[in-house]
Design a protein around this ligand. Structure first.
Ligand code: 1GP
Length: 242
């Protein structure tokens, strides 16, 4: 079974998934080694790897380290098409469907398509929705798009439905890395009720309570990046509630 088939099976069974986000600009192999040990012990399901920028050229080294020491799948979560890497297992091919920037909807994908076609990466077409979190996040600025207002669950639900109808395999609601406010649970529930696809939630999850609230509301996968950079032991505490 590939990554998506396993995810569909587990989603149907109500089995929740925990993804640790590794921003290559925030880690060295040394700092990553502790996170990898904790992730293996906590039963982390995925490493997502990516960031809004890539200032340091260490993404491939970090991915190789993860692959050497674990069987946890590595899924690229690219901020742009400079962040492709054949050493990973899979890629979230993100179409930023909450925005109206054609480059983020299809343009970058056209440029990346020949590389992806020739790669061994499992391609996961993902409808990506940015949700307003109270302040401008890196991804909102870099993507030059307006996020969906956090009280407009109906817009998020209709956008996710359209993504599903267009054939996307996953829906990802993101409040943005380091968000002050997470995606509201009412919006998570509303989107989950409207689609039959696995739902990924990220941005601003800093405690097991916030992770649990997202799961209870309907998240199938939660993604945590910033808070783990500050406190790697959070991996153990969130792993315990899955
Ligand atoms: C950002 O959803 C991810 O794209 C994770 O956000 O870094 O705030 O956990 P955090």
């Amino acid at each position: 079974m590939n990554i998506y088939q396993l995810l569909l099976r587990d989603t149907l069974a109500g089995k929740k998934k925990f993804a640790v986000l590794i921003d290559p600009d925030k880690y060295s192999v040394d700092t990553l080694s502790r996170v990898v040990k904790l992730a293996v012990a906590a039963g982390v399901d995925y490493f997502f790897v990516g960031g809004s920028l890539l200032i340091h050229d260490n993404q491939t080294a970090l991915i190789n380290y993860i692959k050497e020491y674990t069987d946890i799948p590595v899924v690229l979560f690219p901020g742009n098409n400079m962040q492709l890497c054949n050493e990973a297992d899979s890629i979230l091919l993100l179409s930023l469907i909450s925005g109206r920037n054609p480059d983020m909807l299809i343009g970058r994908h056209v440029i990346s398509a020949p590389y992806l076609k020739a790669s061994n990466l499992e391609i996961l077409a993902t409808g990506y929705l940015l949700i307003d979190s109270g302040r401008t996040t890196a991804v909102t600025y870099m993507s030059n798009t307006t996020p969906i207002p956090s009280h407009k669950s109906d817009i998020a639900a209709c956008t996710a439905m359209a993504g599903e109808m267009l054939g996307m395999k996953l829906i990802y609601l993101d409040a943005g890395s380091g968000a002050e406010k997470t995606v509201p649970t009412s919006m998570i529930s509303s989107v989950k009720r409207s689609i039959g696809l696995p739902l990924i939630i990220g941005g601003g999850i800093t405690t097991p309570e916030l992770a649990n609230a997202a799961f209870e509301a309907g998240a199938d996968i939660i993604v945590v990046g910033n808070a783990i950079e500050n406190d790697p032991d959070l991996i153990t505490r969130i792993g315990a509630i899955k």
